[in-house]
Design a protein around this ligand. Structure first.
Ligand code: 6R9
Length: 655
């Protein structure tokens, strides 16, 4: 699928210039691109000065042993000091760090001074449990302040944390504990989700019966829900018994810039999960800079809210380390967007007067499905900037987000990055870039990215291929935990000397980058490569469709046949002509070759907790296979419903 289809998607030529007021006061202006292009390393050395170093680095990058990078290697710092204490020392102790909103409606406010005391106590507590610099701490928690406090306490001690999503099973947790050889687990009895307590501790108990987890000496447990839990004497300790009695001051140690900060596992499609390793100085420099640049944060006046789960990399970089290194005031919400009603998020925006909102396309499309009238009931006029992350945001959802959430005023920044990149890499700058809905557009200042063909040649504007990063960047992963070879093989062997992201992408006529989804998801139909993202975008541009997931199912005639699963908008009926109508719409938008062979209206799509559609599972159902691993799914009953529906629906016969 080529130029014409992309041109079709772009044909409305919707462009949005930055609001004049925002542009005039923007943290970062167009000059940054030039400065970084002239002297990339000098640019990053300047950004490193955003941080407080105990020993200033003199060397910016050591790339003598690629792909193993060392950034700011002779610099020394403490990450937690940078995220908390220094703001208090600068006189901002009374500034709110966290407005916590529990799902049941309980609230808690923590200023930076209070946070400093809580982190100090937690650091003493972990030390009492035997945690030393270098020891790994597994964290299996709900979205509550203690989770952030634990992460910062680990950072303070130089003990890398490894967060595991609360939604993961005991097996998934055990695998991650084993791989990182964690010594302590921090958890809670449970958290609130969808209006009820959802247990966490039983999964920890089960995980710790599995071989390879014997080195876990202690389990620290926050009481959140008060539900009954099992207890292992000598191993389990209540947070309130241990942490509350600790001193409120803690002297921090300084660590090398390359000291490990955290491990975060990505599941990938095959093989055991990869432990992505991030280190301290380079990571903190880039998350701090990108948060400042992309969200235009004004710490004195903005109220920032990132809706991601803290167990996802977005939570690490844009709830904890980026915003807190910048002294932000932010909202932390525990629960789901529709508990107790579908306006909960907008109620929170109104209540805290949120100015900057960062969320995922899947959430935006879900709100589109629920209907425009829900956000319309709330005062969202405090918002001045919206962000998106996690999947390509189709132009229709982008425009809806700007209109119905951003009141038609706010810029929308579509931010492309990965667990592996640590920070945002490709994104508009809100005060600079003329925005194009659906495109992440340009690499940030100091970042070098392009699109190449199979042979690694840079493609001309108007063509597609593979996204690569051509120069090392400060917050890049340093390796796969315990597996340097896998690090090289996965990311640095496909194209010599360049980082292979695994995403398909196109450059449009202006050279702006459009992300097209994972390379593994590209479909082959009668000799044509068709990206799932493009067909999904075409479907969502039809007024009846809120969300779509497309997969290629094996087909004797065409190699693969396009199979589409769609969620309809609130008021759209599923009638007999729907499939034909949608097929005709895709044929018109993208061309007849992209017409889905089967279209199925479903109530929900299988998604991970970070909101990514699990196309692998949809491929399994479309090909009548038993389902692969479903442990990372938010709600596993979704797949049963889809299977039943598919079994009842006749396949379309023409084409
Ligand atoms: C931050 C995060 C990474 C993958 C990435 C890509 C997809 C993320 C995107 C996007 C298009 C965007 N992705 N942001 N695709 N446009 N703005 O999501 O990390 O969970 O590791 O996923 O997500 O496919 O390669 P992670």
């Amino acid at each position: 699928m080529s130029k014409e289809s992309l041109a079709n998607l772009l044909k409305e030529e919707r462009r949005f210039t930055p609001p004049a007021e925002l542009a005039a006061a923007a943290n970062v202006t167009a000059e940054a691109y030039d400065r970084a292009a002239e002297d990339r390393l000098g640019f990053w050395a300047a950004q490193a000065r955003r941080l407080s170093w105990d020993t200033e680095p003199t060397e910016t990058l050591d790339w003598s042993n690629p792909p193993f990078a060392k950034w700011f290697k002779d610099g020394k710092l403490n990450v937690a000091y940078n995220c908390v204490d220094r703001h208090v020392e600068a006189g901002h102790g009374d500034r709110v760090a966290i407005h916590f909103e529990g799902e049941p409606g309980d609230t808690r406010t923590l200023t930076y001074a209070e946070l400093q005391r809580e982190v100090a106590k937690a650091a003493h507590a972990l030390t009492e449990l035997g945690v030393r610099a270098g020891d790994r701490v597994a964290v299996y928690m709900p979205m509550i302040p203690e989770t952030l406090i634990t992460m910062l306490a680990c950072a303070r001690l130089g003990a890398p944390h490894s967060l595991v999503f609360g939604g993961f099973s005991a097996d998934a947790l055990a695998t991650r504990i084993q791989d990182a050889d964690a010594r302590v687990v921090v958890t809670a009895d449970g958290g609130y989700r969808r209006g009820k307590p959802s247990a966490l501790k039983p999964a920890v108990d089960e995980a710790l019966t599995k071989p390879g987890t014997e080195n876990v000496r202690k389990v620290l447990v926050v009481r959140r829900t008060g539900q009954d839990i099992g207890w292992t004497e000598g191993r389990d300790i209540w947070w309130h018994d241990l942490v509350d009695r600790q001193p409120e001051q803690h002297d921090y140690e300084v660590f090398d810039a390359e000291h490990p900060l955290f491990i975060l596992y990505t599941s990938g499609t095959t093989g055991k999960p990869k432990g992505i390793l991030h280190t301290s100085g380079g990571y903190l420099t880039q998350v701090s800079y990108t948060h400042h640049a992309v969200f235009d944060l004004k710490p004195e006046t903005d109220v920032y809210w990132c809706t991601a789960d803290v167990g996802w990399v977005t939570g690490h970089s844009y709830i904890v380390y980026g915003p807190m290194s910048n002294g932000a005031t932010q909202v932390l919400y525990e629960g789901t967007p529709d508990t107790p009603h579908q306006g909960r998020w907008w109620e929170i925006v109104e209540k805290y007067k949120v100015t900057l909102l960062y969320t995922a396309p899947t959430a935006i499309r879900t709100c589109m499905k629920w209907g425009d009238e829900i956000p319309a009931r709330y005062d969202l006029s405090s918002l001045r900037l919206l962000g998106s992350v996690g999947e390509p945001i189709n132009p229709e959802a982008w425009v809806w987000y700007r209109e119905h959430i951003g009141g038609g005023r706010t810029p929308v920044v579509d931010t492309w990055w990965q667990t592996e990149t640590g920070s945002i890499m490709i994104s508009p700058l809100p005060g600079v870039t003329e925005a194009k809905p659906g495109s992440a557009q340009v690499p940030l200042p100091g970042i070098s990215a392009t699109v190449v063909d199979d042979e690694g040649r840079e493609v001309p504007n108007g063509s597609g291929g593979y996204l690569v990063l051509t120069e090392p960047w400060p917050s890049m992963l340093r390796t796969v935990w315990g597996d340097d070879q896998r690090y090289k093989d996965t990311y640095w062997s496909r194209f010599e000397g360049r980082y292979f992201a695994g995403d398909g992408a196109k450059k449009d006529e202006d050279g702006d980058i459009w992300l097209l989804g994972r390379v593994d998801d590209v479909m082959l139909v009668s000799g044509h490569n068709i990206s799932t993202t493009e067909v999904e975008s075409a479907l969502v541009s039809h007024p009846k469709v809120a969300e779509a997931a497309v997969v290629g199912a094996t087909d004797p005639q065409t190699t693969q046949a396009i199979c589409a699963f769609v969620i309809l908008r609130g008021d759209a009926a599923e009638d007999a002509s729907l499939a034909d109508e949608l097929r005709a719409h895709v044929a018109k938008t993208l061309g007849p070759i992209a017409k889905p062979k089967r279209i199925l209206a479903v109530a929900e799509l299988p998604k991970t907790r970070s909101g990514k559609i699990m196309r692998r599972l949809l491929r399994d159902v479309a090909e009548n296979r038993t389902l692969g691993d479903v442990t990372t799914l938010t709600d596993s009953s979704v797949m049963d419903l889809i299977q039943q529906k598919l079994a009842a629906a006749p396949a379309s016969s023409d084409d």
